[in-house]
Design a protein around this ligand. Structure first.
Ligand SMILES: NC(=O)c1ccc[n+]([C@@H]2O[C@H](COP(=O)([O-])OP(=O)(O)OC[C@H]3O[C@@H](n4cnc5c(N)ncnc54)[C@H](O)[C@@H]3O)[C@@H](O)[C@H]2O)c1
Ligand SMILES: [Zn+2]
Length: 349
């Protein structure tokens, strides 16, 4: 088992290892407080892991309540959020009670936002079960729900009290969803760890889960500790995401997030890195079964970037790769970004 401690507005541990799910009860009970816990999950994850988790929490003395949403991004909405708050209220949850999020990023983001706002904040624990949730969404305290106008438009910065990554849970994850998480792992390697990149080149998808997940969390911890509230360095985590989000939108979400980010990273590299380094990234993405290009015209991608609701002013901050293992933030006028899109999408492979 590996441990990474995050020193943010709250100090907490992230534990990574096999079999941790069956230890959640005593580990959560060690925090004290009351014995009530709301276990939030989705129907798919519930079918594999709810019983183990529930039983373990009961044995540790918890009174366990469950809240199960339908799996998928569409459940990360105001309806689920209000239902969850109302369920907490109906069962008289108080400030000393807690929430546990068992699932992927959807369950984690929704539970975290409910925890941040119910009674102005109650304790919550993360038990991420997707690779993306382990390396990214469960750590760092960004919580949110989607609004009809766009993704993650209502949310809060609110840190969990403990993150338990049971690597065994990845065995039941669909291959395509596992690979989507791999795109984020590759992202970490490009923004800050050439050695990780080189090791992924050797292992492909068969990488050592415990150590790779721990390394990614360590990198996220470093970034979050410097910029918890996302005003500077934390934006490095958006490498590949500006074009990636545009690709997602152009495809009406038919191209999934991880695949879109892979395309975004490959296009940025092709435009901004020397050819051999860009080739290394493209080869690695392909080795992981991830796409490296798309058929949308540059104009359409650029329009999608320009209409992003979170964009401010006539320029945006882009994550620019300098070489594999190092990226920098660069403010770029929209006009320059337009020509970058044209170069990225019109030059042949
Ligand atoms: N808070 C953050 O910092 C942050 C960072 C990145 C992404 N996110 C958010 O995370 C979400 C995406 O997360 P995700 O990819 O985990 O999506 P998800 O939660 O929808 O999970 C993907 C699918 O995998 C299934 N699943 C999860 N774990 C499983 C397991 N062990 N076995 C079998 N099936 C399993 C789920 O039921 C779901 O169908 C998005 O909403 C995104 O906005 C948040
Ligand atoms: Zn992402």
């Amino acid at each position: 088992m590996k441990k990474v401690t995050v020193h943010a507005s709250l100090e907490y541990d992230c534990l990574i290892g096999s079999g941790l799910l069956a230890e959640c009860g005593p580990r959560f009970a060690a925090f004290g407080g009351s014995d009530k816990i709301m276990l939030v999950t989705d129907d798919k994850v519930a079918s594999y892991y709810l019983e183990t988790c529930e039983e373990n929490l009961r044995q540790a003395g918890f009174r366990v309540y469950t809240f199960v949403i339908e799996n998928g991004e569409k459940s990360k909405n105001s309806d689920s959020y209000l239902r969850l708050l109302n369920t907490l209220a109906e069962h008289h949850f108080t400030r000393t009670d807690s929430i546990a999020a068992l699932g992927g990023g959807v369950v984690g983001d929704l539970s975290g936002f409910a925890a941040a706002t119910y009674l102005r904040g109650i304790r919550y624990f993360q038990i991420p079960t997707s690779l993306l949730a382990m390396v990214d969404s469960s750590v760092g305290g960004k919580t949110a729900i989607d609004l009809p106008a766009g993704k993650n438009l209502a949310g809060a910065f609110y840190q969990p009290s403990l993150v338990l990554c049971d690597t065994n849970t990845l065995d039941t994850l669909e291959d395509q969803i596992f690979r989507e998480g791999c795109a984020e792992v590759i992202k970490y390697a490009v923004i800050g760890d050439e050695a990780l990149f080189a090791s992924l080149e050797k292992t492909g998808v068969g990488f050592d889960r415990e150590s790779v997940i721990a390394r990614c969390i360590e990198m996220k911890k470093d970034i979050v500790e410097t910029d918890e509230f996302d005003t500077g360095k934390r934006q490095l985590l958006n490498f590949g995401h500006t074009i990636g989000h545009a690709v997602e939108r152009c495809s009406n979400l038919a191209i999934r997030h991880g695949q879109a980010v892979a395309i975004g990273m490959a296009l940025m590299a092709k435009t901004l890195l020397p050819a051999p380094e860009a080739g290394r990234l493209t080869d690695l993405l392909r080795k992981f079964g991830l796409p490296v290009s798309c058929d949308f015209p540059a104009e359409q991608i650029f329009d999608a970037i320009r209409s992003d609701k979170k964009r401010k002013g006539n320029s945006l901050t882009l994550v620019v790769p300098e070489h594999i293992g190092n990226c920098v933030l660069q403010r770029m006028p929209m006009e320059d970004l337009k020509s970058l899109c044209v170069r990225a999408l019109n030059q042949g492979e």
